[in-house]
Design a protein around this ligand. Sequence first.
Ligand SMILES: NC(=O)c1ccc[n+]([C@@H]2O[C@H](COP(=O)([O-])OP(=O)(O)OC[C@H]3O[C@@H](n4cnc5c(N)ncnc54)[C@H](O)[C@@H]3O)[C@@H](O)[C@H]2O)c1
Length: 352
Amino acid sequence: MRILITGGAGFIGSALVRYLLSETTHEILNLDKLTYAGNLESLASIADSPRYQFVQADIADAATVNRTLSDFQPDAIMHLAAESHVDRSIDGPAAFIQTNIVGTYALLEATRTYWSGLNSSRQSSFRFHHISTDEVYGDLHGVNDLFTETTPYAPSSPYSASKAASDHLVRAWHRTYGLPVLITNCSNNYGPYHFPEKLIPLMILNALEGKPLPVYGNGQQIRDWLYVEDHARALFKVVSEGQVGETYNIGGHNEQKNLHVVETICSLLEELAPQKPSGVAFYRDLITYVKDRPGHDLRYAIDASKIERELGWVPEETFESGLRKTVQWYLNNLDWCRHVQDGSYQRERLGA
Ligand SMILES: NC(=O)c1ccc[n+]([C@@H]2O[C@H](COP(=O)([O-])OP(=O)(O)OC[C@H]3O[C@@H](n4cnc5c(N)ncnc54)[C@H](O)[C@@H]3O)[C@@H](O)[C@H]2O)c1
């Protein structure tokens, strides 16, 4: 297959590109605008592969997307490009509306034009796979409730509302135009190459520098954590074996309170990085409680039984094994982190 991936320089996109190039023989084109979240250093290990190409472009730039589709002739598009950080969506929703809604619309239209021009056998095997989040479902209050593929949408933040809108567009392009789409809604990911503004890397890096570990509210919010490489495997399963028009929820069966996540990171650091910054007796002493995020969802938890039953996917990592690997990865890759923190990952790609 020739697979066009949007957002392949981001956290999950880069894991997917690395996975596809190392575990399959498919050809990959990564189309990414390289916003602050796009980091080509996350793709250094595969950048020289003859099966990999990179195009820097905005998904809303119809001329460039049309040209790329017609030159590359993909058999599938896996659409991950998005603005993805909830806090940023609260501070400035405009970019989220533009990329997640208008950008997805533009990409769907470019794809429809390209797909309409394929012969009938290529039309029927073509796939447009839209990668989305469990945050479109809002939050759960009953302790045993789970999000299923039929849970009504009730997004809380500008981020999740924009992703919900994009999911609706993708479904409509299937119902109205027959575009062969697949949608996946996944829980919180964690793992290597995660941008340091997100909870898990932020806590690891702050702890190593002896800085406070800011926990929102009382830290009792529950998230269902999935190791990013398990997500990449699930995405490949869905794009190659999923039923057209279907939605698959992807989750890790790893519900954890935010405070517990931070405490576990502290315990792992005690073991893996015992040389603490001066003045720090225990990493957990750095935990501080900060004002809760407005509209903060209390609990997310995914029922991933459909993808398990129909496609035979199950996560390989437990929270304990995945978090240990993640903490160790950050300890081994402090240069990657430093380049993000000092902005040099962006200067280098501009040739500065
Ligand atoms: N991170 C999670 O826990 C999680 C969970 C479920 C679903 N998702 C979804 O998975 C996808 C990827 O998430 P992520 O965490 O890797 O995000 P990310 O923010 O790390 O990466 C997003 C990538 O998209 C690129 N991009 C942004 N706007 C673009 C545009 N207009 N045109 C082209 N490229 C653009 C960025 O440069 C970046 O490389 C998103 O759609 C997100 O909604 C994320």
